[in-house]
Design a protein around this ligand. Structure first.
Ligand code: NAP
Length: 484
């Protein structure tokens, strides 16, 4: 039987760069079956931890050996500047496999507890085990890196996997799966599903043979997935959207705050879950900050991602650009003032791609749609505040709670402020510092569960509790409960 094909587009010029075969619901069922069999009967969950470690190190090595090709593919497929894919996405992906390889033995150590009371004594062994068959559903903004986070953690925990990349950006995930095969991961352990979420999502997420779904994507799709899973019981990790806030205090290093804030909204064309799409500036430095920020935003060099000089590539698709334009138009109607951008750039060489100019909007109030909804594009709202209480109130006036930034020279004050900000990650005088050691995840409508670090890794396990009776003279309470 012929599999349907899907064209993959370079968003910098609209050209077709590849064609991939697409799975249907039957393909999903087959993949789950393979993964289940590999989990129940295969070697992967049963090999020694040092052996598991070596497989993961080989994957890390494989990524580094294919680094140039992976970076090129990621840039062609997503449009992100090659500087980002070369120096961030690809090396970080390799580093994640290495980190979990080197730490899995430590993270999987059982914990022993002795319990002793008047009537009962026991020894408890708390044992992290592989959870089973895991579905890893990945968005299009960091296709290789997010797939690598999930795959590294799930494999390190001893699970089998069904990886579902976004249908717009499957190329680096397909290459990653080939790398796992090259590393000798046994058959059936890593499976990949190509297909739109709308066509295969329910078949994948509702299957009773799945033990965990680790999803990164929009709030809207996250809620759909939660709905599918009510047909049976499984564990969920939900990394959803954001509407993050950056607070620039009066004593901030202005140069650092301006440059850091540019990165915090225009990196990856603003298509970041943690994009600081709301910036609040102390009123005394508002004009100085805005003059410099807007002037530099206008100077960002737009172009195809393959060019090392490019600082901002195209948006991922024509549809995504349409969505961004409609958000900006609505904001204008609701009273926002465009300080720069707000339109498709005029340069003729950008016409074929899905480019959008870096956009700064002022005069945005809490009630306006653009203040509340995630845009996922290079669009930022700026506002001034006069007191710390006002800054906190503005920052927390969101249904999302993923990340925040604070810029100040006063670290103690920043930490005090951080304790009052509703967000899963708070960066002080920096932006976007993700570390394999530090667990990451949002609150409120930004989701639940963590990725990375020991806490994130343990999300991919189940905890077994083994209790041994240690009552003196071997007479456990249950032995004489009925008086026999
Ligand atoms: P999306 O539309 O929610 O898609 C994410 C993934 O879910 C894709 O693989 C998508 O497949 C799949 N999907 C879509 N409909 C589905 C369904 N009914 N059932 C199962 N799977 C389904 O998100 P996106 O547009 O790719 O990415 C942008 C969003 O991701 C933003 O909201 C952003 O904030 C969020 N994000 C969050 C984090 C975080 O760590 N919190 C990180 C990065 C991105 P198709 O592409 O094939 O439809």
């Amino acid at each position: 039987m012929h599999k349907a094909k899907q064209k993959i587009i370079n968003p910098a010029n609209g050209e077709v760069i590849a064609e991939v075969s697409v799975n249907d619901a039957d393909g999903v069922a087959q993949a789950i079956k393979r993964a289940r069999l590999a989990f129940e009967q295969g070697l992967w969950p049963r090999i020694s931890l040092p052996e598991r470690k070596n497989f993961l190190l080989k994957i890390a090595q494989g990524i580094l050996e294919h680094a140039q090709e992976l970076a090129r593919l990621e840039t062609l497929n997503t449009g992100k500047p090659i500087k980002e894919s070369t120096f961030m996405d690809v090396p970080s992906a390799a580093e994640t496999f290495k980190y979990f390889a080197e730490n899995l033995e430590n993270f999987l150590q059982p914990e022993t507890r002795r319990i002793s009371s008047e009537i009962a004594c026991a020894e408890g062994n708390l044992l992290p085990e592989p959870i089973g068959v895991t579905a890893l559903i990945v968005p299009w903004n960091y296709p290789l890196l997010i797939a690598s986070w999930k795959l590294a953690q799930s494999l390190a925990a001893g699970n089998t996997v069904i990886l579902k990349p976004a249908s717009l950006t499957p190329l680096s995930a397909l290459e990653l799966v080939r790398i796992t095969q090259g590393a000798g991961i046994p058959d059936g352990v890593v499976n990949i599903i190509i297909g739109s979420g709308a066509s295969v999502g329910e078949a994948l997420c509702a299957d009773i043979n799945l033990d965990l779904i680790s999803f990164t994507g929009s709030n809207e799709v996250g809620k759909k997935i939660i709905g599918y899973t009510t047909k049976n019981v499984k564990k969920l990790i939900m990394e959803l959207g954001g509407k993050s806030a950056s607070i620039i205090l009066e004593d901030a290093d202005l140069e650092a705050a301006v440059n850091g804030s540019l990165c915090s909204i225009f990196l990856n064309q603003g298509q970041m879950c943690t994009a600081m799409s709301r910036i609040f500036i102390a009123e005394d430095i508002y004009d100085a900050f805005i003059d410099s920020f807007v002037e530099r935003a206008q100077r960002l060099k737009l172009g195809p991602g393959e060019d090392f000089q490019t600082q901002m590539g195209p948006l991922i698709s024509a549809e995504q650009r349409k969505k961004v334009i409609s958000c900006v138009e609505k904001a204008k109607k609701e009273g926002a003032k465009v300080l720069c951008g707000g339109k498709i750039p005029d340069a003729p060489e950008l016409k074929k791609g899905f480019f959008f100019a870096p956009t700064v909007l002022a005069g945005v109030s809490k009630e306006m749609t653009i203040f509340k909804e995630e845009i996922f594009g290079p669009v930022v709202c700026v506002n001034k505040f006069s007191t710390l209480e006002e800054a906190i109130d503005l920052a927390n006036a969101s249904e999302f709670a993923l990340a925040a930034c604070i810029w100040t020279k006063d670290e103690a004050q920043a930490k005090e402020l951080a304790s009052k900000i509703n967000a899963g990650t708070i960066w002080i005088n920096t932006y976007g510092m993700f570390f394999n050691e530090l667990s990451y995840g949002g609150f409120k409508q930004s989701g639940f569960g963590k990725e990375l670090g020991r806490v994130g890794f343990l999300e991919y396990t189940r905890l077994k509790n083994i209790v041994v009776d240690k009552t003196k003279e071997s007479k456990p309470l249950v032995n004489y409960w009925y008086g026999f």
